[in-house]
Design a protein around this ligand. Sequence first.
Ligand SMILES: Nc1ncnc2c1ncn2[C@@H]1O[C@H](COP(=O)(O)OP(=O)(O)OP(=O)(O)O)[C@@H](O)[C@H]1O
Ligand SMILES: [Mg+2]
Length: 181
Amino acid sequence: MTDAPLPLGGFTIWLTGMSGAGKSTITGILERELRDRGVPLEVLDGDVVRTHLTKGLGFSREDRDENVRRVGWVCELLTRHDVVAIAAVISPYRAVRDELRALIGRFVEVFVDAPLEVLAERDVKGLYRKAHAGEIENFTGVSDPYEPPLNPEVVCRTDGTETPAASAAKVIARLEELGYL
Ligand SMILES: Nc1ncnc2c1ncn2[C@@H]1O[C@H](COP(=O)(O)OP(=O)(O)OP(=O)(O)O)[C@@H](O)[C@H]1O
Ligand SMILES: [Mg+2]
């Protein structure tokens, strides 16, 4: 017997929500906080992933599901090897998110939630204006569905109710409650 502490093990933090809801912003804060605690981690951000791992995939339901499955597959590998994976992808379809929950097991779903009016108003990337003008097809929330999680581990209200720091703190608190940190 040894009295060395047990490794806490990997887990996946899966941030889902519409464009501009705050997934990347919260991820950045979580990344800093977890690195400060010495936690080994990797971030898979939708925008970055689509230029490499899932390059060439589009925005049909089939391609979106494939995008999410590939990200989830990497998260499963990382989790299994005691690395924390943080995925920040719109992942609009509930069924494939639930599939990943079953695959990964140690899966913390964070619903990053703000109403469409707020997202269109702040329009961080100017995409809502384009989507409303019909310049972008299959835009989540405008011309494509978003299926909110029914039972997420965390809900972050990013419509102005919470600061980004407060949203990230909610995630950390839940991880501690679940015994992952
Ligand atoms: N509580 C909050 N948490 C996160 N972001 C917030 C919050 N409140 C306001 N915001 C603002 O919302 C915006 C979120 O933009 P961000 O790029 O993080 O969205 P995203 O979900 O990653 O979008 P995309 O899917 O297009 O990558 C930022 O301008 C941020 O300052
Ligand atoms: Mg983002």
